[in-house]
Design a protein around this ligand. Structure first.
Ligand code: SF4
Length: 88
């Protein structure tokens, strides 16, 4: 039921360490620079959109992956300081 292809996929938030990360699917163009920078966290799905894995990576590297996205499709929220760290 979760993967009903008829339903639009909602932007899913994933918590990794202190960060909440999400990919805005409507902005993602499948450029895959996030995957190149942080392959443990980002992966392209069958629609060529980035999805977030519960993988392991340094938070700085995840931030760098988000900053590498040409369309700013990756949003990072710091749950400790309650601030959005990217896009700044
Ligand atoms: S870098 Fe941005 S546009 Fe490219 S796959 Fe990742 S989220 Fe999508």
């Amino acid at each position: 039921m979760d993967n009903n292809p008829q339903q639009p996929t909602a932007d899913k938030e994933v918590q990794i360490g202190k960060y909440k990360i999400k990919v805005i699917r409507s902005l993602c163009i499948g450029a895959a620079s996030c995957v190149a920078v942080s392959p443990n966290i980002f992966k392209l799905d069958s629609e060529n959109k980035a999805i977030i894995l519960q993988g392991d990576d340094a938070l700085e590297n995840i931030l760098m992956a988000a900053q590498s996205c040409p369309t700013k499709a990756i949003v990072i929220f710091d749950t400790e300081t309650n601030t959005q760290v990217w896009p700044a």
